[in-house]
Write a protein of this length. Structure first.
Length: 549
């Protein structure tokens, strides 16, 4: 029998590792049951830590970095409790079980050769969002551990490295979606890590945040020069860092920005179109102003580029026309014209323009101007459309996108969709008993739970006060009910903390309604879900009720 090559032997080991999933998970759950029965049993917790540690190492060896990241989070949590000599809490048990569910999903993906799953469907149609991979590079263990915890709460998996060399190796293994790197490292500077990342073909898409110990403006300017997106000083404002990271990561999940170019010179229009399409923008050219309004409404651009001298009407008049409509208040407008004098620039500003480029424009300047204006507009939209506390969609933004979904469903009435309305039980009592700061923590905890357990394509909004809403596209109402029942149980086990150290638990009530397209409009759909929510509260709260539609 011929001797196996190293590659063949390695592949055999990988296959054996994947096939061991069932027995590994059975052992994990058995040990976790021991920990749950005896929260003070350090030996049981030590055994659970050892199992997580083994899987974290084996997973990365065989190329399953997502599995390794989940296991590392579990090991981290065990280690914290052991070092502190503290008992395992009910919230810890929930987190362990969520990690084991994620590991089970990961092994299932590995069996089919999918090492980079994005959204997994659990049994009974329950959706779990795969953690976003973030590489943490810092030689301070305390900062590393705190970041792992903070990121885990936001649905992100933190990989760790403590040096430039280790960070480069981690990047070579897998390009992360996000990178958080300290500027000062034992064997060099964080700038070197960023430059190594940006040198990779896929490294340009990574969101990069640098950390500085020196409180120096120079660090921030050098960080941006090296290719970082943001720089934070230590001690870190954790909420601000997470908010910025969400903002940067959010840009990955959008379709290519749409740019409408109004230009009557066909050669110039083709130059602009070709240049911007090379930068992965979706470009549409309007050669005559007579079609401008029609093109604007149909194409719904993310940026408008106008020539000044046009037949029948000039670009300044078109810009003023656009600015009259409140829906285009944040739409970037760039004038591209042969007029470079001071008066022309003044007219551009007065008409509501954001930039004034003079023909002939260098391709690099054209792309840079468009990119900068789009990024700023996207950030402004995020501020306008996201609730400041929970980072979920505002009521108006949620309703606007929900209305668009209903219109799409009219074209495909057989495709399922479910609306979920959630209300935190006795929220006023929480504020009165523990203070508004504790109430805010409850709202943030629920929003984080919802973000982790629905797909990125689904809409989650803060409907008002302590009420949340979710739109689950292509999901049957029974599957939505099962998902919410699971979240109901998990949320009830979370231990919330008041400013004085007092801890408490709370619950929520849920109404679920399916979209009965094409006969049902948005108001009818909302009323059905809201009626089901009212029925859940009337029946005693802490339950899920399905609308009878």
């Amino acid at each position: 029998m011929p001797e196996l090559s190293w590659e063949e032997e390695f592949n055999t080991l990988v296959a054996e590792f994947v096939e061991s999933a069932e027995s590994r998970l059975r052992t994990f759950r058995s040990t976790l049951d021991r920990v749950e029965r005896a929260p003070d049993d350090a030996h049981a917790l030590q055994e659970l830590k050892r199992q997580f540690h083994r899987l974290a190492g084996t997973g990365i060896t065989f190329g399953f970095s997502e599995l390794s990241a989940f296991a590392a989070q579990g090991e981290e949590l065990c280690d914290e409790r052991l070092k502190a000599g503290a008992r395992t809490t009910a919230e810890d048990i929930v987190r362990y079980r969520l990690l084991l569910d994620a590991l089970e999903n990961g092994f299932a993906g590995a069996r089919t050769g999918l090492q980079h799953w994005r959204v997994s469907t659990l049994p009974h149609g329950e959706h779990v969002r795969d953690p976003i991979d973030v590489l943490i590079v810092d030689d301070d263990e305390g900062t590393q551990k705190r970041l792992v915890r903070v990121l885990a709460a936001e649905g992100m998996a933190g990989r760790r490295a403590a040096s430039v060399a280790a960070a480069r190796q981690a990047i070579d293994q897998q390009i992360p979606a996000g990178l958080i790197v300290e500027i000062t490292l034992p064997d060099g500077e964080g700038y070197q890590v960023v430059e190594h990342l940006r040198g990779k073909s896929a490294g340009e898409q990574t969101a990069v945040v640098m950390l500085s110990r020196l409180n120096a403006f120079l660090d921030q300017t050098e960080a941006i020069h090296a290719g970082a997106d943001a720089c934070f000083e230590k001690p870190i404002d954790w909420d601000a860092l997470v908010s910025k990271l969400h903002q940067l990561l959010d840009r990955e999940h959008h379709e290519p920005p749409r740019i409408l170019v109004v230009e009557d010179d066909e050669s110039q229009a083709l130059f602009v179109k070709a240049t911007l399409e090379q930068a992965d923008y979706d470009v549409k050219v309007c050669l005559t102003p007579r079609r401008f309004n029609e093109e604007l409404e149909q194409f719904r651009p993310d940026l408008l580029m106008l020539d000044v001298v046009l037949p029948d009407v000039n670009g300044y008049a078109l810009a003023r026309f656009v600015r009259q409509d409140v829906q285009y208040a944040t739409l970037p407008i760039i004038f591209l014209t042969a007029e470079g004098n001071q008066q022309a620039r003044i007219h551009s500003v007065e008409a509501g323009g954001d930039d004034h480029l003079v023909k002939p424009v260098h391709p690099a300047l054209l792309v840079s101007s468009v990119t900068a204006r789009l990024e700023r507009a996207r950030f402004l939209k995020m501020l306008l459309n996201r609730d400041g506390l929970t980072r979920l969609l505002t009521h108006s933004s949620f309703m606007e996108q929900a209305r668009a979904l209903v219109e799409r469903k009219r074209q495909d009435p057989e495709a399922p969709a479910a609306m979920v309305m959630i209300d935190i039980d006795h929220f006023k009592t929480i504020n009165d008993s523990y203070g508004h700061q504790a109430g805010d923590r409850v709202l943030k905890a629920l929003s984080a739970l919802l973000r982790r357990h629905v797909r990125r394509s689904d809409l989650i909004g803060r409907y008002g006060g302590e009420e949340f809403s979710i739109l689950l596209d292509s999901v049957h109402e029974n599957d939505a009910v099962r998902l919410m029942l699971r979240l109901l149980r998990e949320f009830a086990q979370i231990e919330h903390q008041a400013p004085d150290g007092t801890t408490f638990h709370t619950t929520f009530s849920v109404g679920v309604a399916r979209l009965n397209a094409p006969d049902m409009d948005l108001d009818g759909w909302v009323n059905a879900a809201d009626g089901a929510l009212y029925a859940a509260k009337k029946a005693g709260r802490n339950r899920v009720v399905k609308a009878a539609v």
